[in-house]
Design a protein around this ligand. Sequence first.
Ligand code: HAM
Length: 417
Amino acid sequence: MEKIQAIRGTKDILPENIYQWHFLFDKFNEISNRFNYTEIRTPIFEKTEVFHRSIGEATDIVNKEMYTFTDKGGESVTLRPEATAALVRSIIQNSLNHESPILRLWYFGPFFRYERPQKGRLRQFHQYGAELIGSPNPEADIEIILLAIELIKSIGINGYTLLINSLGNEQSRANYRIALIDYLKNNSENLSTESRTRLEVNPLRVLDSKDENDLKVLENAPAIIDSLDSESRTHFDMVLKGLEEIGINFEISNKLVRGLDYYSHTVFEFRSNYLGSQDSFGGGGRYDGLFEQLGGKATPAVGFAFGIERLLLILEQIGGLPINNQHIDYYFILQKSDYYNYAQNIANKLRQLGKSVVVEILRRSFKAQMREANKIAARFAAIVGESEFLESTITLKNLNDSAQQTMSVEAFLNSLK
Ligand code: HAM
């Protein structure tokens, strides 16, 4: 029979790498707790409408990248391409923000986008993200960026760039749209075909183009910052001042617009030189209009997400991957397979005392079992031969220094209590 391959753009997280994922999860859990954020888990699929109404019909994600299908009941469902919209759906549905005006949430899990797979770009990838719900103030933007930075620091990543921009409130964005369309239309003969299409459907996204000719045109394009009204400008200035005074380095990038339509005011992105063309390992921003778009009460909010695979790529590049410190305490070596139950009984008492223990199940020769115990770097070989079996004893061989001793099982277990 032919072998079956995994779906393109998906990756098995193999046993030899899983501890890296536990490391990231545990660190992020710990740091999130310090900021009083609580984990939330929502389903990995949602009604398609959740994403259509939030991310925006004219974005690449909704247009080209969603895994959408009709289920057997005739409902259009979508594998989540991101979490923010789904979280807002859940907060509204479960009235999570009725008890307290502020909600601090984080999540970790798989996401799905039908993109062209390449280094750092997958069709199933993973994100850690955090959302701060309920405050319209720059204090919230500062808190969420600080959280992001502490998370990156906690896993040992130091060299990166934080880009920041403001899209302003709705009125400022509308003003900017007009100014930008005007400018781009006047220069449309020099734009790439893709940007000319974007100009019609989602003009702000032209700013994201990496095409050389587009970049030339964009050099003189109007900057969003010049279209900000005084409310938007003040908000942005206070965010920047806060970051400065807390000692967070950033670069203002007036071309940063992000690929999702729900943003307003602050947007930001983390970039790394270790990633090649997919250099953004995290991003986020404020989304004050999203709750209403999804049928809730107007609620200001701000958040971000990191791509876990991209963080792991950076760690690999800087030699910062954690070391696997999982170990085996005892490997039970059986002179005859008849001693299996005797051994497994002791082994399980050891496990109950917190030890990690493996008992031979392949009926290998004594020598082969010894080789196995060494190969998996067990601390002790626990040997069961005829005399041990008959006398309720166990022989322990320290595989580091080969020191060996035989003792009663009872004394052995008691010595560990
Ligand atoms: P995003 O920028 O679309 O934002 O994704 C966040 C991060 O997920 C990216 O910076 C990248 O590291 C990772 N990522 C995205 N697509 C892929 C892919 N195909 N393969 C590997 N990694 C990928 C959001 O998703 C927003 N929900 C962030 C947010 C939260 N904004 C406010 N709150």
